[in-house]
Design a protein around this ligand. Structure first.
Ligand SMILES: NC(=O)c1ccc[n+]([C@@H]2O[C@H](COP(=O)([O-])OP(=O)(O)OC[C@H]3O[C@@H](n4cnc5c(N)ncnc54)[C@H](O)[C@@H]3O)[C@@H](O)[C@H]2O)c1
Length: 333
């Protein structure tokens, strides 16, 4: 993800990449492997060898030319790194999930409140154009109230990670915290915090002792609202990746499917024989989140679309789902 973020900053005229830090000696030397070092084929937009490579996060945070630190470390390192970077006075973006533990997320939120720099968790779905479209459609009530929402995110087992940290449930939180957190966070963003959750989950195919697939049903104050989300990473390699949603409103049904090229977002209305293809910006959520955070910094206003205080709620809900999976009971929030 670090490489992906670098490519995005490199293309954004409002940002200038100056330095990075990676514990891996090869990467620290600027050799980022396939797509990294080779500008001709990599499409990164910058040669990593032209950037200052700091041996530690402390040195990176002491670099006077650095205004914003973007943390793309393995999840178990997020809290410590975010707190250090905030204490140094820099603006900080940190990949999702902010942390796996509620108390760590609360520590970050408290530190972010007092910090000189701004803090933003990289909850990219809030910036994904077709998902931002859904947020607006729900909020504006253009198609009436929501009857039901179903979200699905599914992929092959991730095999790329550094020292295979991602397949160790204690370090990544498994699919529930690593993948399904996207939908947990988005469900909260659009519908608010549920009053209870029931989740079924299972593992064993991708990780030992982790939850490789989870199916959650959220209960809201409004007894008529039905929302569910499924996430998993135990599909076999050729499956690739899917993300989808289907939301039924009183007066329309919208369906997003990442794999339906050219018509990812379809709007079905009561009288229309054919669905309308909705077009949105061609940017993705990673570009959107970076661009938004740069705007916040330039305009000196704390991020509101997503921020550390709000991300605590997503970590809480993920933990409630975990509790529900383990106890096979509905968990109240
Ligand atoms: N938003 C998204 O769509 C998305 C997608 C993938 C990953 N992520 C998140 O991004 C984070 C990173 O995931 P990834 O897939 O890029 O992992 P990765 O294993 O591919 O990369 C982690 C990097 O951190 C480096 N590293 C490890 N320990 C370090 C330390 N102590 N100091 C400095 N560098 C260190 C490794 O050398 C490696 O380059 C995770 O939290 C993951 O959940 C988000």
């Amino acid at each position: 993800m670090g490489r992906a973020h670098v490519g995005i900053y490199a293309k954004n005229p409002r940002a200038k990449l100056v330095a990075f830090c990676d514990v891996d000696p090869k990467k620290a030397s600027g050799d980022w492997g396939q797509g990294g070092g080779n500008l001709e084929s990599g499409g990164l937009g910058i040669d990593p060898k032209t950037l200052r490579s700091h041996p530690t996060l402390e040195e990176l945070c002491a670099d006077p030319e650095v205004d914003l630190v973007d943390i793309c470390l393995p999840t178990y390192l997020h809290a410590e790194a975010t707190l250090k970077a905030l204490a140094s006075g820099k603006h900080v973006m940190c990949e999702k999930p902010l942390t796996m533990q509620v108390k760590d997320a609360e520590k970050i939120a408290a530190a972010a409140k007092k910090a000189k720099g701004f803090m933003m968790p990289a909850h990219c779905m809030r910036f994904w154009p077709e998902w931002a479209w859904l947020k607006e459609a729900v909020t504006s009530k253009r198609y009436g109230k929501v009857v039901s929402g179903v979200f699905r995110r599914y992929g092959s087992t991730p095999r790329w990670s550094w020292n295979q940290w991602i397949l160790q449930p204690k370090l990544s939180g498994s699919a529930l915290f690593d993948l399904h957190i996207h939908d947990i966070d988005f469900v909260r963003y659009v519908f608010g915090d549920p009053v209870a959750v029931f989740a079924a989950g299972n593992g064993g195919k991708a990780t030992k002792g982790g939850i490789d697939q989870v199916m959650a049903t959220y209960l809201f104050k409004d007894p008529k609202l039905m929302v569910a989300a499924e996430g998993g990473w135990n599909a076999d390699p050729s499956y690739g990746f899917t993300m989808r949603y289907t939301v039924v409103f009183e007066k329309a049904t919208v369906d997003f499917d990442l794999g339906r090229q050219g018509k990812t977002l379809l709007l079905h209305t009561t009288d229309a024989k054919e669905p309308e293809v909705i077009t949105t910006a061609t940017t993705n959520g990673w570009e959107g989140e970076v661009d938004y955070f740069l705007t916040c910094i330039e305009e000196k206003r704390r991020p509101t679309v997503t921020n550390a205080a709000d991300a605590v709620g997503s970590v809480k809900l993920a933990n409630a789902e975990l509790k529900s999976v383990l106890t096979r009971k509905i968990v109240k929030l």
